[in-house]
Design a binder for this molecule. Structure first.
Ligand code: SF4
Length: 711
């Protein structure tokens, strides 16, 4: 009468880009015990409250367990056979009549790399359109574009270990304490161990992250390029540039300095424009100049801007000027928002990318990928980025969209426009784990997907660390892995090349493509991961790409890139980018006098479809809110604890006013998580302006003019 001994399965947290390792132990009573994986390099056994509560979020209540198709206006349960036929036949009919660009996929940084790979293969290599974009467009695309401009490819130079080695950590547009807690704890331990390490936080809000800061620069929203152009100018004048590095390994400094010096040569003028104390600005500039081991880590406050790519490059410029890149304890560092934003980028998850970090606009790269896939065609130009994609759906040029693992009715800017688009779309397919979401309401076909703990594959975190997510739960209902659903549809459309029988088979093809015709020379390559056996894949330990095999057969990852001072541009040199500062697209005016900033709260994730299930996570913040400065509240006639209406030119919502979020006068903050499934529609996306960065296409989530009134 012995109970089975519980066994722990090692997996990876499905939330933020820190990518913490977890152990999940199924218990005899059906519960799952979650703990941090002490052997995982990203977290060494630690978990934040979201990760620790994972076991409370995996029940089947509300799950989508069977395919469904719309008939006479209502969804009814269907067989997989019928649902797959409806999707494949619907896509085929639209493609035959209107061409491949009339259909689109809109996917997610929640997908595993294997799912992402099959989605991109289907769309770019077989349907022959690059109309596949991802919610990573809303998150990291400015970092991707900035990396490509500076380095020649989307390459993150450093690793988390560099934070332990730095003498100065600059956090820009990142509430690390709440959004990447385990990385924040690591920085806190660094500060404990070496109090002389300087921590600088650059953020319009005085967030929880500032508790660790020696210096907080509460910049005026949207002024980061002024700040970093001013720093570039200051560094050049201070004589701390690494001339040997610049001469041998970079191009474009003169143009970048010219652009920087137009408005930003005078620190006093920069301080005035950025609305920071001149003495604080000089403390930052002086500290940066005097510190060799400095990391500038940035996140959504930088990326989610109509000047996001320039912001990224203005930061990278300062590291190139000083040669502080590719060496221990220094460099620019993009903190990714989602668990697999990076893995998606590796397989070309964005509409303007091709698989294995190759470029859609490079004919040789297109030929390489098409030859490897033996595909009938290959997309020849970039596809529609997220905001343009939903505009094209509303305009009727895109007639079918397959939404996978994301909820654009809540998360997109101008979410009312997304509703108009989905209402008009001829065929809306949604793959999800949840039965009822704001987006599912518009589905013609609903496809049940496996969720965390049920699916099996890989993710890549902010530091290029590939980790396994492993299944430890039974398959619920008729749910299938996303890669399998995509392959089922591809085969039904008559396409060869989708005979995958496991996530391992998909991963192996992905790894082999990364070295095809490149023999390991490309900076992104998974040479060491080619030809893994199923057992090796199952037991794969976290490893940072590029990955090689040593003479002893052991996998060798790469903690840092550019240690050899070679970059991915054809000439091997990095590029300074001239970043002329420009204001956010939509300025405040008497009708909409306040700047809306959006972001996360500590204990929720995305649109709450998972974290919303754990009562203890709701304890931190029970409902949506409008955080504003007490004097602004007085000015606009609203009171803390009471409901207020916040409106923009794009929409309106109602939430309770609160103070205490460290907001400066002239701005308000509303969290992104609450959806239209709650008592009141608290989708902040309905307010957010749809302006995008012209290079990356990333929306300006941090700067929408709004009005606040009594409700
Ligand atoms: Fe998960 Fe991020 Fe928390 Fe780590 S820090 S446990 S990855 S949410």
């Amino acid at each position: 009468n012995l109970s089975p001994i519980p066994f722990a399965v090692r997996s990876t947290c499905p939330y933020c880009g820190v990518g913490c390792g977890v152990t999940a132990t199924p218990l005899p009573d059906g519960a799952i015990a979650i703990a941090g994986d002490a052997s995982h390099a990203a977290n060494r056994g630690r978990l934040c409250v979201k990760g620790a509560a994972l076991g409370e979020t995996i029940g089947l209540e509300g799950r989508l367990l069977h395919p469904a198709v719309r008939e006479d206006g209502a969804l009814r349960q269907a067989s997989w056979e019928e649902a797959i036929e409806r999707v494949a036949g619907g896509l085929r009919a639209i493609i035959d009549e209107h061409g491949p660009d009339a259909v689109a996929l809109y996917v997610s940084g929640q997908l595993l790399t294997e799912d992402y790979y099959v989605a991109n293969k289907l769309m770019k290599g077989y349907i022959g359109s690059a109309n596949i974009d991802t919610n990573s467009r809303l998150c990291m695309s400015s970092a991707v574009a900035g990396h490509k401009r500076a380095f020649g490819a989307d390459l993150v130079p450093g690793c988390y270990d560099d934070f332990d080695l730095a003498d100065m950590v600059v956090l820009v547009g990142s509430n690390t304490a709440w959004c990447h807690p385990i990385l924040f704890q690591r920085i806190a331990r660094l500060k404990d161990a070496r109090p002389e390490v300087r921590i600088v936080v650059i953020d319009p809000r005085r967030t929880a992250t500032c508790e660790l800061a020696d210096l907080h620069l509460p910049v005026k929203p949207g002024t980061d390029v002024w700040l970093f152009n001013g720093l570039l100018s200051y560094l050049a004048k201070s004589g701390v540039q690494d001339t040997a590095f610049i001469d041998a390994h970079t191009n474009g400094l003169a143009q970048a300095l010219d652009a920087a010096q137009v408005d930003c040569a005078d620190p006093l003028a920069v301080a005035r424009h950025c609305r920071v104390e001149p003495s604080d600005l000089m403390a930052f500039y002086g500290g940066f100049a005097a510190t060799t081991k400095v990391i500038t880590a940035f996140s959504q406050g930088v990326n989610q801007s109509s000047a996001g790519t320039d912001k990224v490059n203005s930061i990278i410029n300062c590291h190139l000027l000083t040669g502080r890149i590719g060496q221990p304890g220094m460099g620019p560092f993009s903190i990714t928002g989602q668990p697999n934003a990076m893995g998606g980028r590796e397989v070309g998850g964005l509409a303007n990318m091709l698989a294995a970090h190759m470029d859609l606009d490079n004919p040789q790269h297109r030929d390489t990928v098409q030859t490897f896939w033996s595909s009938p065609r290959i997309a020849e130009k970039g596809g529609l980025k997220a905001v343009d994609l939903f505009k094209a759906i509303e305009a009727g040029t895109v007639k079918a969209v397959w939404v996978i693992a994301t909820n654009p009715m809540v998360s997109m800017p101008d979410a009312n426009q997304v509703q108009r688009a989905l209402e008009k779309c001829e065929l809306v397919v949604v793959s999800d784990i949840i039965a009822s979401t704001d987006t599912n309401a518009f589905a013609d076909v609903l496809l049940p997907a496996l969720g965390w703990g049920e699916k099996d594959g890989t993710v890549t975190n902010s530091e290029r660390l590939i980790s396994r997510q492993r299944a430890f739960l039974p398959v619920p209902g008729e749910a299938r892995a996303d890669w399998r659903i995509l392959a089922d549809v591809a085969r039904r459309m008559g396409f060869d090349g989708f005979d995958f029988d496991s996530s391992h088979a998909v991963f192996d093809e992905h790894a082999r493509l990364s070295v095809f015709r490149n023999e390991g020379a490309r900076m992104f390559n998974l040479a060491g991961l080619c030809g893994l056996t199923a057992h090796e894949y199952d037991t794969l330990e976290p490893v940072q790409w590029p990955v090689r095999r040593g003479a002893d057969g052991a996998l060798q990852g790469s903690a840092r890139l550019f240690a050899d001072r070679r970059f991915a541009h054809a000439d091997g040199k990095a590029r300074f980018i001239a970043t002329a500062p420009r204001a956010p697209v939509n300025a405040v005016d008497p009708e909409y006098p306040l700047v809306l900033n959006t972001g996360r709260v500590r204990d929720q994730w995305h649109t709450m479809s998972r974290t919303g299930r754990a009562p203890r996570l709701a304890d931190h913040t029970a409902e949506a809110f409008i955080d504003m400065h007490p004097q602004d509240a007085l000015l606009y006639g609203v009171r803390e604890g009471e409901l207020a209406r916040v409106s923009s030119r794009w929409g309106a919502m109602v939430a309770r006013v609160q103070h205490g979020g460290g907001i400066a006068r002239g701005s308000v903050f509303v969290p992104i998580h609450w959806n239209g499934q709650t008592a009141s529609d608290a989708r902040v996306g309905t307010l957010v302006n749809p302006a995008v960065d012209p290079v990356s296409g990333e929306p300006e989530f941090k700067h929408t003019p709004v009005q606040v009134e009594r409700f």
